[in-house]
Design a protein around this ligand. Structure first.
Ligand SMILES: [Zn+2]
Length: 364
């Protein structure tokens, strides 16, 4: 793993996806995924934030937005794009779960639409307050020294007459990271004002929008389903190209959730991160991978291996397991263990002994 990526894992383990591309200034995108349904991707935020998806459902009666991005500039960008598509107000904002990259842009919508309903599952609101906020405050302490280390790095490279391209790359990264820090410092924690336990339905402009609770990556996950249009928005129950298990993970329930999602037979699937194209197949690939890993953990325990031995033994099969979801590139493989396999193995082993706690352990 490159030094910088390794550092990121250490510093921002709940906040950073690996460097899938070195395009630190990746621009936001807008894509129509159904009639009146749009997918927005956020910018990359250097190597300290990540590209995520928001979905807007438009109607004559107003708009519902699913997930609000990492920082206020993410939601501001989506709102600016939305304004090109409709002049109707955003009436509902749904936060799929408590991870900071799905709700810390909430304030933009609240400021623009004071009557806004911000919706989450009831556990999520508690976890935002008790886990996400302290972790964000901790990230805010760790970001400045990390940025300072990049500045030192850049100065050293300039002194050593590094290539133009290398210098430009690092300058771009540094600027993106600085922008991200400024954005993160501007976050006003804006909590949901409507929560539910198991499911909710919203009728908006004649369209039925279902919000359904699942316990997959967190105890308060929500996915959104449009039954008539068969459009499924998964939040981080599905993350592509690598499932993201850090910051929670309930293996047995996650498997059951994937089975439920597949049984819906959706025509369009939008993941929490990554492309919609091919996402239906990714649900099935993830299901097979998760089932295989859980089975291997069971076998290991029957053979008398303890948790650490199990993680080590099955961890050696990382390349074979990653290939089950199409991860074969040398560039992506190093991220498979820290972002998925290690956490999933620990949690799968623990789950054989006792039900998993609602709050993720600090180390996860
Ligand atoms: Zn996420």
């Amino acid at each position: 793993m490159p030094r910088r990526a390794a550092l990121c894992v250490a510093l921002f383990v709940t906040s950073v996806l690996p460097l899938f591309a070195r395009d630190y200034a990746a621009r936001p995108t807008v894509q129509k995924v159904g009639e009146g349904v749009y997918l927005f991707t956020s910018s990359r935020h250097g190597d300290v934030g990540f590209v995520g998806n928001s979905v807007a459902i438009l109607s004559e009666e107003g708009v519902l937005v699913f997930d609000a991005g990492c920082v206020p500039s993410d939601s501001a960008t989506v709102l600016a794009e939305l304004r090109k598509l409709t002049d109707k107000p955003v009436r509902y904002l749904v936060n799929s779960h408590w991870h900071w990259d799905h709700w810390q842009g909430n304030q933009t919508y609240k400021a623009a639409f004071p009557g806004l309903q911000i919706i989450s599952q009831e556990n999520t609101r508690i976890l935002m307050r008790d886990v996400s906020v302290p972790r964000t405050q901790n990230d805010l302490k760790q970001l400045p020294p990390y940025i300072a280390s990049l500045e030192k790095d850049l100065a050293a490279k300039r002194a050593a007459h590094a290539s133009e391209a290398e210098l430009r790359d690092l300058e771009q990264l540094l600027q993106a990271d600085k922008n991200f820090l400024a954005q993160k410092q501007s976050v006003q924690f804006t909590y949901p004002n409507f929560t539910f336990a198991e499911s909710a339905a919203i009728w908006l402009g004649g369209r039925e929008i279902r919000l359904i609770h699942a316990q997959a990556i967190t105890s308060g996950d929500i996915y959104l389903y449009l039954p008539k249009e068969k459009i499924l928005v998964t939040g981080d129950i599905l993350v592509r190209p690598i499932p993201f298990a850090v910051g929670g993970t309930f293996p047995a329930d996650w498997i059951a959730t994937l089975q439920k999602l597949i049984a819906l037979n959706p025509e369009v699937v939008v993941p929490g991160h990554g492309e919609s194209e091919g996402a239906r197949q990714a649900l099935e690939q993830n299901l097979r991978l998760f089932q295989r890993v859980v089975q291997e953990v069971r076998n290991a325990k029957v053979q008398g291996l303890n948790e650490a031995q199990t993680v080590e033994a099955i961890g050696k099969k990382e390349a074979e397991l990653a290939a089950m979801i199409g991860i074969t590139e040398a560039q992506l493989l190093p991220a498979f263990k820290p972002y998925f396999l290690d956490v999933f193995l620990h949690r799968a082993y623990q789950e054989l002994d006792h039900s998993l706690s609602d709050l993720p352990p600090a180390a996860l």
